[in-house]
Design a protein around this ligand. Structure first.
Ligand SMILES: Cc1ncc(COP(=O)(O)O)c(C=O)c1O
Length: 408
C-alpha cells in the first residue's frame, strides 16, 4: 500500500480543510436557519432568460464555436462586452490586452497567487478578509501583515505604518489585497479619501494592489464610489477582479481580471496550464445575456430584494441582539458583521447555537489571517427569507444573551 503522504507536495499540505466548511455542513441540516453561507438568493436567478441565451449559444450557427476549445484570455465578443462594463466602472484606459476572462474570481485570486508569490512573500490584507483568499495566499506560501477595518474600510494609517516598518527592515510586500466595496465579511466601503491614499501609497512604496470587487453593484444606499482601478490613471498599480457570481449566478463560474498588460500576459500563461480556457459555452451564453440587455434590469431587481432583506436584518438585530453588540451597518453587499463582548467565543459556541437554537452563522475568526476575532461573526442576509432573517436573529440574540448571562 502506497503511503500517499510521502508523495504529496508541501504546497498541498498547506491547504487545510476549513473548520468553517465543516461547521457549515451542520448548519445546512433541515430545520436550521442558516445565516452562514455567502449565497445569492436562488429564487432570483434569471433562469428563463439564461435558458434562452444557452439555447442561442447552442444553435446551428453558434454550437460549433461554443462547444469548441477557446482562446485562453477569453471569448473575444465577451471581452468586448466586459470592456464596456469596465467603462461603466470608470475604467477607460484599457484595451483587450488588459483583460482576461477567468473561471470566476476565485480562479483570479489563485492565478495571481501563483504568479506573484514565493514562500515567505509578504501580502497585506484587511483584517477580517475573504476566507478563500487567505487559503489561496497561504497555499502559495504567503506570510501576512494585516490592517483593521472600520466603517470607512481599511485603515490606511495602519497600512502606511506597516509599509514604513517593512521598508526599515529592508523588506517589501508583493501586494495589498483589498475588497474596498462592501467588504466580505465586514460589509463596509472604503471612503474616497482612503481610496486615493491607497493609490498614493502604492506609488510611493511600489507595490501592486489586488482589488477584489464582487459586490460593488449591490448598493442599497448612498452614492457609488469609484473603484481603485479607475483611480489608478496610470494603469500600473491595480489588478481588478470582477465576477458574475453575485450579480448573475455563481454556477456560471465566470469572472474577469483587468490589469496592466504585463501582469495579464503572465496570468494568461498560468491559466493555460490550469484549464486552457474558461468554458466557451458559458462565456458565449453570458455574452448573449449581456448583449440582450438583461444584466442591468436583473441587478436592479436583486438590489431591491436584497435591500429589503438587509434592512430586515438590521431591524431584527436592533430588536433582539444584546445592547453591547457592535455592528458595521452595510450600505450594500451580502453581509452584516457583528462583534460581541470579548469573552464570547463564536467558534466554541457554534455547535450549541446549531443544536440548541437551530441557527447557524460564520464564526468570525476564520476571516482573520492571524486567528484573532474570536468574538465576531458574519451574518448573511441574501439567502434566507425575511421570515427566516427575523426568526434567525431572534434565536441568535436569545442564545448570545444566554451566553452573556453565564459569564456573570
Ligand atoms: C471577496 C470575494 N472574492 C472572491 C469570491 C469568489 O467568488 P467567485 O469565484 O464565485 O467569483 C468571493 C465569494 O464569495 C468573495 O466574497
Amino acid at each position: 500500500m502506497l503511503n500517499y503522504d510521502d508523495f504529496f507536495s508541501l504546497r498541498s499540505s498547506r491547504v487545510k480543510s476549513s473548520i468553517i466548511r465543516e461547521l457549515l455542513k451542520l448548519g445546512n441540516q433541515p430545520g436550521i436557519i442558516s445565516l452562514g453561507g455567502g449565497l445569492p438568493d436562488p429564487a432570483l436567478f434569471p433562469i428563463k432568460e439564461f435558458q434562452e441565451c444557452m439555447n442561442e449559444a447552442l444553435n446551428e450557427e453558434n454550437g460549433p464555436i461554443s462547444l469548441q476549445y477557446g482562446e485562453t484570455p477569453g471569448y473575444q465578443p465577451l471581452k468586448e462586452s466586459l470592456i464596456e462594463i469596465s467603462k461603466k466602472d470608470g475604467i477607460t484606459n484599457i484595451d483587450m490586452d488588459n483583460l482576461l476572462v477567468t473561471t470566476a474570481s476565485q480562479q483570479g485570486i489563485s492565478l495571481l497567487s501563483q504568479v506573484f508569490l514565493e514562500d515567505g512573500d509578504i501580502v497585506i490584507t484587511e483584517k477580517p478578509t475573504y476566507l478563500s483568499a487567505i487559503q489561496s495566499f497561504k497555499t502559495f506560501g504567503a506570510t501576512f501583515e494585516c490592517v483593521s477595518i472600520d466603517q470607512e474600510g481599511a485603515s490606511v494609517e495602519e497600512l502606511e505604518e506597516i509599509l514604513i516598518r517593512l521598508k526599515k527592515e529592508g523588506k517589501r510586500i508583493k501586494f495589498f489585497y483589498t475588497i474596498p466595496t462592501f467588504q466580505n465579511p465586514g460589509g463596509v466601503c472604503m471612503s474616497l479619501e482612503r481610496r486615493k491614499k491607497v493609490i498614493a501609497l502604492a506609488k510611493e512604496y511600489g507595490f501592486v494592489i489586488v482589488e477584489d470587487n464582487p459586490y460593488g453593484d449591490l448598493r442599497y444606499k448612498g452614492d457609488d464610489l469609484p473603484c481603485l482601478k479607475s483611480l489608478d490613471t496610470t494603469n500600473e498599480y491595480v489588478v481588478y477582479l470582477r465576477t458574475f457570481s453575485k450579480i448573475l449566478a455563481p454556477g456560471n463560474r465566470l469572472g474577469w481580471i483587468v490589469g496592466p498588460k504585463a501582469i495579464i500576459a503572465k496570468v494568461s500563461l498560468s491559466k493555460q496550464a490550469v484549464d486552457l480556457c474558461s468554458p466557451v459555452i458559458i462565456q458565449m451564453a453570458t455574452d448573449i445575456y449581456l448583449r440582450k440587455g438583461y444584466l442591468w434590469p436583473h441587478i436592479e431587481e436583486i438590489r431591491k430584494s436584497y435591500s429589503i432583506k438587509c434592512q430586515a436584518m438590521l431591524d431584527a438585530v436592533a430588536k433582539y441582539f444584546p445592547a453591547d453588540t457592535k455592528i458595521l451597518p452595510p450600505d450594500g453587499g451580502m453581509f452584516l458583521w457583528c462583534s460581541f463582548p470579548e469573552y464570547i467565543d463564536t467558534q466554541a459556541i457554534f455547535t450549541t447555537a446549531v443544536e440548541k437554537y437551530q441557527v447557524a452563522y460564520i464564526p468570525g475568526s476564520a476571516f482573520f489571517p492571524d486567528g484573532t476575532g474570536q468574538n465576531t461573526a458574519r451574518l448573511n442576509f441574501t439567502k434566507p427569507s425575511i421570515e427566516q432573517i427575523d426568526e434567525g436573529i431572534k434565536r441568535l440574540g436569545a442564545f448570545i444573551k444566554e451566553e452573556i448571562a453565564k459569564h456573570g
